[in-house]
Write a protein that binds this ligand. Structure first.
Ligand code: ATP
Ligand code: MG
Length: 404
């Protein structure tokens, strides 16, 4: 429908999605029922605006009707969030339309987030009880991630978040970016404001829910907001913590990275800076998202690795980059550090580990096991034992017996 008086005035759709031209755009969405065969019923959170779900084959989309101007802003914000690999719903397009009464409205189209649960479902379905406690960490983690990437949410609430189960954990996704803003870096004032909004909204969400569902004792309506805030503060402090260490303590770089990985953060950059106090160095880590390492590692080295393996080896490349930069007193491109890593660490290791390699032993997994071994020996010795020592020790321990 492209009638300019009635129906669609403009429609922008990203490639890889249907054109949505068969939808009854000339009608307000609350009247689509009975007029649109693509409508499907799915669980969803509370919202001020009308939201409908439409199916095109196996692909399902959420369409939200908004006052003119708002859809475009939200669409732009969702693209920015996606660019920075934030956990959020994916924008598919936006539209402007004129309804029968002459009013011009806008619509935002997003891909339905598969396997996502609104918080109400999480609380009302007895089978999901074990995930409820994970909600605190999931919300705190989401907000830290957004803030680190410069996003102010402006309306953080349980209704504006979707949850996905992930190996016993819960991942939180931003679903409503209407009030979101992006800045190069987010000031403390904006962070504080977001936390205030979070506390207030969460209290409201849970107080509402309490009317018809029993909340677990650990998630009371008035304490949950402050608890999420506490976890946020602890996570923020940990992620942004700077560490100072001496020349023989390089193993602490990997130790720090591992701690951040264990909290669900990947490290994109390590900065080492002289403290001016003897040989002591100050370390600052910049965290990124989870999937990032596998692709980056492949781009840099041509090697194919699993996500965790790539993360470990890339951490080594980063350590090398920071060490080279500090030694030469100038910044070193990551590709240069990767070249050094491959020549000076990976290739010699593959030679030394040749006796252990075989059709059933993946080279990248073996290398990571040796890294693990090195880390273990270094921690025990409280100094960096070096790759050569670790490899020798490892080969001695695990070399197949002669004639075996
Ligand atoms: N892409 C999507 N995937 C899954 N569910 C979605 C998606 N988009 C919207 N929803 C569901 O629709 C609900 C309402 O969406 P949204 O929060 O964007 O509406 P809103 O009217 O802007 O909300 P508010 O009242 O906070 O302004 C969400 O809580 C979610 O359950
Ligand atoms: Mg909302």
């Amino acid at each position: 429908m492209t009638d300019s008086r009635l129906g669609l005035l403009s429609l922008q759709v990203r490639p890889g999605n249907p054109d949505f031209l068969d939808l009854p755009w000339q009608q307000p969405m609350r009247e689509w029922s009975g007029r649109c065969e693509r409508l499907v019923e799915l669980q969803r959170g509370l919202s001020r605006h009308d939201v409908v779900f439409v199916a095109y084959g196996s692909a399902v989309y959420a369409i939200k009707e908004l006052p003119e101007g708002l859809a475009e802003h939200e669409y732009d914000m969702l693209l920015k969030l996606e660019e920075r690999r934030m956990p959020s719903v994916f924008a598919a397009g936006h539209a402007r339309m004129r309804h029968a009464g002459g009013e011009v409205r806008a619509a935002l189209v997003t891909r339905f987030l598969d396997a996502s649960l609104p918080y109400r479902t999480l609380f009302q379905n007895p089978g999901l009880a074990r995930y409820r406690e994970r909600l605190l960490d999931a919300m705190a983690g989401l907000l830290v991630r957004l803030h680190l990437a410069g996003f102010y949410w402006g309306d953080c609430s349980l209704s504006n978040t979707l949850f996905r189960r992930d190996a016993g954990e819960l991942q939180a996704y931003l679903v409503d970016a209407e009030t979101t803003e992006h800045h190069d870096t987010l000031g403390n004032g904006a962070r504080r404001q977001d936390l205030l909004i979070l506390e207030e909204n969460i209290t409201g969400d849970l107080a509402d829910l309490e009317i018809f569902a029993e909340l677990p004792g650990s998630l009371s309506a008035y304490e949950t907001g402050p608890h999420i805030r506490e976890r946020y503060e602890a996570l923020w402090a940990e992620v942004n913590r700077e560490e100072v260490f001496g020349p023989g303590e390089r193993w602490r770089i990997q130790d720090r990275i591992r701690k951040l990985n264990a909290l669900g953060f990947s490290v994109g950059e390590i900065e080492l800076e002289s403290t001016g106090d003897g040989d002591r160095l100050r370390m600052r880590t910049i965290v990124t998202d989870r999937d990032y390492h596998r692709h980056q590692f492949h781009n840099l080295t041509g090697l194919v690795a699993e996500e965790k393996q790539a993360e470990r080896m890339l951490n080594e490349v980063l350590e090398l980059k920071a060490t080279l930069a500090q030694r030469d007193n100038r910044s070193v491109p990551l590709s240069v550090a990767a070249f050094h890593w491959q020549r000076d660490r990976w290739e010699p290791a593959m030679k030394a580990l040749a006796p252990l390699l075989g059709p059933q032993v993946e080279a990248t997994e073996l290398y990571c096991q040796v890294l693990e071994h090195k880390w273990f020996l270094s921690e025990r010795a409280q100094r960096d034992v070096g790759m050569e020592t670790a490899m020798k020790d490892y080969v001695e321990k695990f070399r197949p017996a002669a004639g075996a």
